[in-house]
Design a protein around this ligand. Sequence first.
Ligand code: FES
Length: 162
Amino acid sequence: MSDTLTPRRRFLAWFSAGLGAVAAAAVGVPVIGFFFAPLMRRPVEAWRSLGPVGRFRIGETVEVRIPSPAPVPWAGEAAEMAAWLRRQGPSEFVAFSVNCTHLGCPVRWMANAQLFLCPCHGGVYYEDGAVAGGPPPRALTQYPVRVQDGNVFLRTSALPLG
Ligand code: FES
């Protein structure tokens, strides 16, 4: 009788160990991926075309949308990023992040008041991006902009946290 139990016990021990290994892999692989995925991501700095210079009127601030430089596969519509772009002269542009420096809500450009307003906690920014009031700790982040061959390009970059 004990001869038949020993192989069964041995089988159950191996089976239990196998199940434990599968369960550990099911939990461990995503956790390891979470920590190492940032090392594998593409750099977020890239020059993106916003279109011909003539598309933008001098003195006007408009929202522009471009493909995100480092989208995740499941991002969907969030694979786009937005910025506020102002043409200041024939070939002078300035671009601001749409994200409030307080907690990241999207700011809106109010042309009549010449201010950026954040709807979340009442943050206000002057037209140059400097803080005018409310909780934002610093000015709106600016993106580098250049004109090349008659087209406007914006360089995406990671936004500072905190
Ligand atoms: S997120 Fe803009 S003021 Fe708080």
